[in-house]
Ligand binder design. Structure first.
Ligand code: KIV
Ligand code: ZN
Length: 511
């Protein structure tokens, strides 16, 4: 059985997608989960791109010991030096250099000739090689590159020491058969290809990223670059869970295996969605809400008789809990703890006590507490553990006629409690203005979404917002049975993330 190396770029290409912004703590939390999931390589970030990315890569390199930790870099000495500084503490470090190789990008964007690019690729791989052995090279826009030139540049970088050569379909232009042929061409025309691993990296602009990746694996690529939930630049990257489950479910056809612990897939997907704010569409393969739900009577009848009639995968194989046990206000700490364990959460005693207290409050308001409520409750707990400002209390008066007015009470970073109030054009506006009077960070609200976590009038309402400040976007989430409280929590979450990012930037600059 051939092994496919799973290279996860959720923290780099995934986070690069519009509106994605994770703080260092969140990146580390995802990296820990990716390690549990069994990915072989974590692309932790792009150190030269920002002080925050540099710090995040450095921390992940220090903390996560099993997978290879990879840092992306421009093909420039300073950028490679920054990548090395960030990643050198890793048990298994890798540097990943990219440089455009298509005529379109070389001529119009870089304004360089083929010869200049070839020389720079060779030199920069050699430069990285002076630091470490594990060097990956990506000729960017490989799928739109003249094949003969692609063979030439690939041969040159392998000679210079690249141990992995990655062929990105940067703009999602490839088709499955064309991309498979690209890999075949590399195998037949690059004389030293036996000294490097062939990797692929697909974007989803035409919705073919997973199909293209699988076609290339079938033709001999053995590393696949992908992201959890398929998040990433523009229409995203190839979805990790779809590739892994396709290889597993259709093993008869692909005859390839990965090291992924598939039972961790669902939990990882929820975590990435929650922390990035990129919600998973209900009909998304493998991890969407409806992926294993059967609506049609004929299908339900079949599944009840024998699951295999309409289910090609066992939902438990991707970590979707088998029982639909419902908790309520009479459920005790033990039942709550058991359910958490079944959902994949392992909390320390202090966190468990806090989560149990929140569960009891929720169960008082809501008759039945289901798994999605518990997920939302735990996410809310996680959000409040690393706050700079904390929302203690919010009270709103609104109606028609009348002037919507909000009063908020916050705990400041110095432990004081401050209360303020403001009128507004509506209740949310009033609340956000009252919070702004205390926190005082200029920002613009760019996105605001409300949805219910479960069905029913007593459901938890989940709010997702994005705010913009100094050209950066920050996501905030909040959940509560009172939708206005969810709005306040989401805004506090976004503001705290903004403040934490500013703190990290200042620390990195030595201010
Ligand atoms: O899509 C792409 O070309 C990339 C490279 C930086 C590898 O993400
Ligand atoms: Zn990419």
């Amino acid at each position: 059985m051939d092994k496919v190396i799973v290279f996860d770029t959720t923290l780099r290409d995934g986070e690069q997608g519009a509106g994605g912004s994770l703080n260092i703590g969140e990146k580390l939390e995802i990296a820990h989960q990716l390690e549990k999931l069994g990915v072989d390589v974590i692309e932790a970030g792009f150190p030269a791109s920002s002080p925050g990315d540099f710090e995040a890569v450095k921390l992940i390199a220090k903390e996560i010991r099993t997978p290879i930790i990879c840092a992306l870099t421009f093909a420039q000495p300073d950028s490679i030096d920054a990548a090395w500084k960030a990643v050198k503490g890793a048990e298994h470090p890798r540097i990943h250099i990219f440089l455009s190789s298509s005529d379109i990008q070389m001529f119009y964007q870089l304004k360089k000739s083929r010869e200049e690019i070839l020389e720079s690729a060779r030199e920069m791989v050699a430069h990285a090689k002076s630091y470490l052995d594990d060097v990956e090279f990506s000729p960017m826009d490989a799928s739109r590159t003249d094949p003969e030139y692609l063979y030439k540049i690939t041969t040159a970088v392998i000679d210079a020491g690249a141990t992995t050569v990655n062929f990105p379909d940067t703009v999602g232009y490839a088709t499955p058969s064309g991309y498979g042929e690209l890999v075949e061409g590399i195998i037949s025309n690059v004389p030293n290809i036996d000294r490097a691993l062939i990797s692929i990296h697909c974007h989803n602009d035409l919705g073919m990223a997973v199909a293209n990746s699988l076609a290339a694996l079938k033709k001999g690529a053995r590393q696949v670059e992908c992201t959890v939930n398929g998040i990433g630049e523009r229409a995203g990257n190839a979805s990790m869970e779809e590739i892994v489950m396709a290889l597993k479910t259709r093993n008869d056809f692909y005859q390839m295996d990965t090291n992924i612990v598939t039972a961790e897939i669902y939990k990882t997907s929820r975590m990435v969605s929650d922390l990035t704010g990129f919600t998973v569409q209900p009909n998304k393969a493998i991890v969407g809400l409806n992926a294993f739900r059967h609506e049609s009577g004929i299908h339900q009848d079949g599944v009840l008789k024998k699951a295999i009639t309409y289910e090609i995968m066992d939902p438990r194989s991707v970590g979707i809990p088998s029982s639909s046990l419902v908790l309520g206000k009479l459920s005790g700490r033990h039942a709550f703890k058991e359910r958490l364990a079944e959902l994949g959460y392992s909390l320390n005693d202090e966190d468990l006590n806090r989560a149990f207290a929140s569960f009891k409050k929720l169960a008082d308001k809501k008759k039945e507490v289901v798994d999605r409520d518990i997920d939302s409750l735990i996410a809310e707990e996680m959000r409040t553990t690393s706050e700079i400002y904390h929302l203690e209390h919010v009270q709103i008066s609104c109606g028609s006629p009348g002037i919507p007015t909000a009063t908020v009470k916050l705990t400041t970073p110095y432990g004081q409690t401050v209360t303020d109030a403001s009128p507004g054009t509506g209740p949310v506006d009033a609340m956000y203005k009252a919070i702004n009077r205390i926190v005082k960070v200029p920002n613009n609200l760019t996105e605001f979404t409300v949805k219910s976590v479960t069905e029913g009038i007593d459901a938890i309402g989940a709010v997702l917002i994005r705010i913009e400040s100094s050209g950066m976007t920050y996501t905030g989430r909040g959940a509560d049975t009172d939708i206005l409280v969810s709005c306040a929590k989401a805004y506090m979450n976004a503001l705290n993330r903004l403040l934490m990012a500013k703190k990290t930037t200042k620390r990195a600059r030595g201010e």
